[in-house]
Design a protein around this ligand. Structure first.
Ligand code: ADP
Length: 947
């Protein structure tokens, strides 16, 4: 076996490993499982046995070694891990060594070749696996291909050195020849076989089904043409063109598969001695070994030419597909975009629309077809300097209105899509967003905010708005007016840190606690201190504002200054306590006591705390309640009690209230309704005054009066009985006395029998006393008649002058034996009165008779009648004995006789003046007396004059 020594092939530097290339995408190189590995080991064995068996007779090494490609693929695609690698290595050593033995080599060199082959496979496989981005080896980018080339070279060097050393040592062969031969055959095997191993599961492109058979036929034809026996033409390049065709038109897997087929056929034909490389053997210009090496080198070239081309073209196809997909995507985005999009070109410094999507037409409110060619500033009120700005390449964004509608607002973003100079006119894109609605909404919001501010600042109540943490974010003008704190003093501070509502924190927390969804404000009264240190009472009503997600966002604290009200209510409670003589009891609508003041406590000896909450009706005497209200049921009784009260007040009425010891107090009680405007609780107010003593005093007085009245009545009855008796007696007495007097007069004047001289004074005495008795009886009867009002009075016109003249005539006999000057004075005109002439004459007669009777001889009596104003005046004046002053008050009483009259033994009954007074009074007149003891008297009677 001759050893062909050739110069070793130089190992091209693989260059630095490229960073991670494009993702493998559809290219997947699965790891080998146990079945695949064993299959591959069997294939390696078969290939190696075949190669060894078919090696040239004179050559210790095979001219081709496809087993190397399979072995590298096995290592490259086996699962990671050192143990797996060791197993594969041992398997390779064994399989390759065994194949060499099977092929007829001795054990020594077989073992050496086994080790060298395994070492080659491990080195090349590890190079393939050393991908920066990890994962199983693939063949997608040029970097992957470079790595493949480096793996082939490294593996080739390893096997070349290993095999050459083994041949030199064990078979006495040529080092160089062996190295050259193994290097080319192994490198070719790796470069031809591994590409398919790395790509055989790549997704196939089936877009040119008819072209592939044509290309395969062309390739086969060219191979046949080139490798015909004794082919002399230099057509070695021809098959390469058809392989390049495959690389240009089909995917890398097809190329890799065709490459293997091409290599197998070429190697086989070359081994047969056909084709250009073996053609010179017969001529002796070359050896079979060299021809085989050349053939393998030829295959290396084929692989180096076609595989990277296929990779690059696949890469390009991918990029083209990607770009066109992106273009489609862009176009779809452009058309379907919810944003208005315009493509613009700058034409002489003016932006014109080159394209527009439908949304843009909607935004600018123009028909889509009319937009192309329109100036941008005809559509939108863009700033005038925009053109110059864009020429300098800066992008721009802003909010502008539509040319046709100042109220509209469009958000515009202009950005350049291409650089100026690319095709002469730079392209710009404008993105348009119609924010008119938002603009209108914002204006509405601002108006609402202004309204809110105006409302806040004109409200008289303190209003604080806080965030969730209780920090003040708004304070109105009234806050400053009432407390002196300005809004800037308060903003950002927690409410609890101010002097306004120090106790607000729990309320705010309660407001913001999620379950508190009632919407009811939290009301609380608290103390606040003004900036000047003045204390205020503030009634807070706190509520919260929810955001659009219904979550608590703000708290609004509204405070009303109730300092004055509280001060006056303090006064009221003070008054309530102070009113200890008046019971003031508040009652709610159900008749339960709510207020029980000190006066009520004192009055009933009850404790207020025990009474509050009890029924008001229970304070009243149950019997009286039943009697007056018609029921003993407390609830019904209370209803009956307050019925008809309305909004007014029941008049005071005495009720019996029960004290604690069961005693009854008489209480003058008023009941009035408390109005809803004063307090939230509508009820009643009872004001009671203890009138027990007063009423008892009243009762006693009534009883005394009653007794008195009874006594008077009894007296009157007695009086009447007396009058009855007197008038009966007088009446019964007058008749016999009259007859006595009559008969006596008959005895005196001798009508019956001539009287004796001695008898005459006796008869005279009988007659005089009888007369007196008759006068007495008449007077008594007159008085009795006056008292019993049984007398019927005449009502005639009477001339008092005539009455005076009648009296003068009647008195004349009395004056015969007297030495008196009696003057009768009457007016010239009649002095008329209305009355009973008999009675009035009696008045004149009585007064004149008294004057004559009580005036001693030598005295003067003057009787006078006249008219004074509208009165008829009768006056009787004498110069007689007069009446002591102390006795004058009794003058007109019955049976009165002055002490002087009694002393002087002047006869009389004491009835005359009382009759006169009664008659004058019955005529509507008056009688007066003016008298001095022993110096005379004047009686004056005044009666209404009759015109
Ligand atoms: P009588 O004249 O019958 O006693 P009167 O009623 O006329 O009763 O008078 C009552 C008394 O008043 C007399 O008793 C007398 O004391 C006194 N009196 C009446 N008129 C005069 C008078 N003109 N002067 C003095 N005393 C008089």
């Amino acid at each position: 076996m001759a050893t062909t020594v050739t110069t070793p092939a130089t190992t091209p530097s693989p260059g630095p490993a490229a960073p991670a290339g494009p993702a493998a995408g559809a290219t997947v190189s699965p790891r080998l499982g146990l079945g695949g590995s064993l299959l591959l080991l069997v294939s390696i064995y078969v290939a190696a046995v075949t190669s060894v068996a078919l090696r040239p007779e004179d050559n210790p090494v095979a001219g081709w070694w496809p087993a190397a490609g399979l072995a590298v693929a096995l290592v490259a695609l086996s699962r990671p891990g050192l143990d797996r690698l060791l197993l594969v290595t041992v398997g390779l050593v064994a399989v390759t060594g065994l194949a060499n033995v099977t092929g007829g080599r001795d054990w020594g060199i077989s073992a050496a070749f086994g080790v060298a082959n395994a070492a080659e496979a491990v080195v090349a496989g590890l190079v393939l696996r050393a991908r920066p981005q990890g994962g199983p080896p693939v063949l997608v980018t040029l970097q992957d291909f470079v790595r493949l080339v480096v793996a082939a070279l490294a593996g080739g060097v390893v096997i070349a050195v290993g095999a050459a050393l083994a041949v030199v040592a064990l078979a006495d062969g040529s080092f160089l020849s062996t190295a050259r031969s193994t290097f080319t055959s192994h490198a070719a095997a790796v470069l031809v076989l591994v590409p398919l191993a790395l790509t055989w599961r790549t997704r196939a492109q089936r877009d040119r089904p008819g072209e592939l058979p044509l290309q395969v036929a062309a390739l086969a034809l060219s191979v046949v043409l080139v490798f015909m026996p004794a082919q002399q033409l230099a057509l070695t390049f021809l098959p390469l063109t058809f392989l390049v065709w495959a690389a240009l038109r089909f995917d890398i897997r097809v190329v890799a598969a065709e490459l293997i087929a091409f290599a197998a056929v070429t190697t086989y034909l070359n081994a047969l001695g056909w084709g250009p490389f073996a053609a010179e053997i017969d001529e002796g210009n070359t050896t079979q070994v060299s021809a085989a090496a050349l053939c393998q080198l030829y295959l290396v070239c084929a692989s180096l030419l076609t595989v990277p081309l296929a990779i690059v073209l696949a890469d390009r196809n991918r990029l083209v597909a990607q770009v066109s997909a992106e273009e489609v995507l862009f176009r779809r985005n452009f058309t379907d975009s919810l944003l208005g999009q315009l493509i613009l070109r700058i034409d002489h410094g003016v932006l014109r629309v080159a394209d527009a999507n439908d949304t843009a037409a909607e935004v600018v409110r123009r028909p889509a077809g009319t937009l192309v060619g329109t100036r941008l500033d005809d559509l939108l009120s863009t700033p005038p300097e925009l053109g110059a700005r864009l020429v300098s390449g800066q992008s721009w964004r802003g909010r502008v209105s539509l040319r046709d509608d100042d109220a509209s607002r469009v958000e515009v973003a202009l950005s350049r899509l291409s650089h100026p100079g690319d095709d002469g006119s730079p392209v710009w894109s404008a993105q348009l967003l119609d924010v008119s609605a938002e603009h209108v909404a914002r204006q509405g919001l601002e108006a609402a905010e202004r309204l809110t501010s105006a409302t806040l600042d004109t409200t008289a109540a303190v209003i604080l708005v806080t965030d969730r943490e209780g920090r003040i974010v708004r304070a109105n003008q009234a806050t400053t007016d009432l407390t002196g704190w300005r809004e800037e003093d308060l903003l950002g501070r927690k409410v609890s840190e101010t002097t306004l509502a120090a106790s607000a924190t729990p309320d705010l927390e309660a407001l913001f606690v999620w379950p508190n969804r009632s919407g009811q404000p939290v009301v609380r009264e608290g103390e606040a201190t003004t900036r000047d240190g003045k204390k205020l009472r503030i009634l807070w009503s706190n509520n919260m504002v929810r955001d659009e997600q219904d979550l608590p966002a703000y708290a609004v604290l509204t405070g009303i200054d109730v300092t004055t009200e509280r001060a006056s209510s303090g006064l009221v409670s003070h008054l309530m306590r102070a009113a200890i003589t008046t019971a003031i009891i508040g009652v709610d609508q159900d008749g339960l006591i709510t207020v029980f003041n000190a006066g009520a406590e004192l009055m009933l000896d009850q404790d207020a705390t025990r009474q509050i909450g009890h029924r008001f009706v229970d304070l009243l005497d149950p019997d009286q309640v039943a009697e007056r209200l018609g029921t003993r049921d407390p609830a019904q009784a209370f209803d009956a009690l307050v019925r008809g009260i309305g909004q007014g007040e029941l008049p005071a009425r005495d009720w019996l209230w029960m004290a604690r010891d069961g005693s009854r107090r008489i209480v003058s009680m008023t009941l009035s309704a408390t109005e809803a405007s004063v307090t939230t609780q509508v009820g009643f107010l009872c004001v009671g005054r203890d009138v027990t003593e007063q009423r008892q005093g009243q009762d006693m007085l009534v009883q005394a009066l009653e007794k008195e009245r009874t006594a008077v009545e009894r007296l009157r009855a007695l009086d009447e009985a007396k009058n009855e008796f007197v008038s009966t007696v007088s009446h019964e007495l007058r008749t016999p006395v009259t007859s006595i007097v009559g008969y006596t007069e008959m005895l005196q004047d001798g009508t019956v029998v001539a009287p004796l001289e001695d008898q005459l004074p006796l008869f005279a005495t009988i007659a005089r006393n009888g007369q007196r008795l008759i006068v007495l009886c008449n007077d008594l009867l007159t008085l009795a008649g006056l008292d019993s009002e049984s007398i019927t009075w005449e009502a005639e016109e009477v001339d008092l002058g005539e009455a005076l003249a009648s009296a003068a005539a009647a008195v004349a006999p009395m004056l015969h034996e007297r030495d008196l000057t009696v003057l009768w004075e009457t007016a010239e005109e009649p002095v008329r009165v209305v009355g009973d002439p008999t009675q009035l004459e009696r008045v004149v007669m009585n007064l004149v008779t008294n004057a004559v009777k009580f005036t001693e001889d030598g005295g003067v009596v003057r009787a006078r009648v006249e008219v004074q104003g509208d009165e008829a005046v009768l006056s009787v004046t004498d110069t007689g004995i007069g009446i002591p002053a102390e006795e004058q008050s009794n003058l007109f009483q019955k049976f009165f006789r002055s002490s002087t009259a009694q002393k002087e033994a002047i006869q009389g009954t004491g009835l005359g003046l009382s009759i006169v007074a009664a008659i004058v009074s019955a005529h509507g007149g008056t009688i007066r007396v003016r008298s001095e003891h022993l110096e005379g008297s004047t009686f004056t009677v005044r009666l209404p004059v009759k015109y």
